[in-house]
Design a protein around this ligand. Structure first.
Ligand SMILES: NC(=O)c1ccc[n+]([C@@H]2O[C@H](COP(=O)([O-])OP(=O)(O)OC[C@H]3O[C@@H](n4cnc5c(N)ncnc54)[C@H](OP(=O)(O)O)[C@@H]3O)[C@@H](O)[C@H]2O)c1
Length: 316
């Protein structure tokens, strides 16, 4: 049964790529040809005349063809979505990326939920966070619930990531492991929205160090191994504040904007090396950081949010 599903999956995916490209080229050609010839004829006249000319120039048959292709494309997207969420066999994460998932800021909120979800999906997990007692507790909790996976933890204060000694410590710890997935989750926001000049110096430093520097250095620490093994994945947790303009959260938004831009560029840079980079831009999740306790239509709990991330990740 597994073999049949994989065969159907392969045939479907291959045909999908060719069909999509062929439809796209044809569709674009028809539009460009008709529009250009109409525009060229039209140059000296006014805009109303342009529409008349378009109607005249583009034969009804071509219009129906364009409409037909557009409808096919829409149907295709719907089928694609249904297929992705039903027939397509989800990836085995360990086989596809590697043995270990490393999660920063792993003892609470989104990071902890990530660790649990990776463990549930059969990956060994490394928890990295700053409070030792919480690390021990959470690592035990995960080991007890998922006895077939290995759990390790490392106490790291990411506010010290710019110290070479701290980075060397992480490097030594990870060098023994086949790191398949890195989740750059650790981060800090404002205690509450305020003007940039009202931030304390230590808040300014933490915003850059925890959101920008920790993400950057952690990627560098795992990347060589992933490139050598020709596989791996990096999930960076940015924020909606990083892609929207966010007054009163200016530095947080800017730091998360860095994470988003870096992720996008790395995605293309590393694709050919077998490494997949994903960036998450959550709005509100009910964690300590967000200071929101109740879920609602627009606010998810971490237990609702994280399985969606991993679900998409497994069906890539
Ligand atoms: N929650 C949201 O609504 C939301 C929205 C958009 C983006 N995000 C982003 O999602 C990520 C996770 O946020 P969250 O809401 O899950 O946060 P959270 O519940 O506050 O958890 C933060 C985690 O990071 C650890 N941590 C904090 N400072 C650290 C440091 N200096 N060194 C090592 N570990 C440290 C904490 O460990 P300790 O327990 O030891 O402090 C904890 O495990 C952040 O990057 C955040 O910007 C969150």
């Amino acid at each position: 049964m597994g073999f049949v599903c994989r065969a159907v999956d392969l045939i479907y995916r291959t045909s999908k790529v060719y069909l999509k490209v062929a439809a796209q080229i044809f569709f674009d050609f028809v539009i460009i040809y008709n529009t250009m010839s109409a525009v060229l004829d039209m140059m000296p006249k006014d805009v109303v005349a342009l529409f008349d000319l378009l109607k005249e120039k583009v034969p009804a048959d071509a219009m129906y063809l364009i409409l037909g292709l557009w409808i096919i494309r829409c149907l295709y997207s719907v089928l694609d979505f249904i297929y992705d969420h039903t027939l397509k066999s989800p990836k085995n994460l360990k086989r596809s990326y590697g043995e270990w998932a490393v999660v920063t800021g792993a003892t609470d909120g989104i990071g902890l939920a990530m660790c649990k979800e990776f463990a549930k999906n059969g990956m060994n997990v490394v928890l990295m966070s700053r409070t030792l007692s919480k690390l021990e507790d959470k690592a035990n909790e995960i080991s007890e619930k998922y006895p077939n996976i290995e759990v390790k933890y490392m106490q790291v204060d990411f506010s010290k990531i710019n110290q070479v000694g701290v980075r060397n410590g992480i490097d030594n710890f990870l060098s023994e492991l086949n790191v398949g997935v890195l989740v750059n989750n650790v981060g800090v926001s404002y205690p509450f929205p305020k003007y940039f000049n009202e931030l304390t110096d230590s808040e300014v430093t933490a915003l850059t160090t925890l959101n920008v520097d920790a993400t950057t250095w952690m990627i560098r620490l795992v990347l060589d191994g992933m490139i050598e093994r020709k596989k791996g994945a990096i999930i960076n947790i940015s924020s909606a504040a990083g892609v929207l303009t966010s007054p009163l959260l200016a530095q947080y938004g800017a730091a998360k904007g860095y994470v988003a831009q870096m992720s996008r560029a790395l995605h293309y840079e590393l694709k050919s090396k077998g490494i997949y980079v994903q960036c998450q831009v959550p709005l509100y999740v009910t964690t300590k950081l967000a200071k929101i306790k109740k879920a609602s239509l627009f606010v998810a709990t971490e237990a609702q949010y994280v399985p969606c991330i991993i679900g998409v990740f497994r069906r890539l």
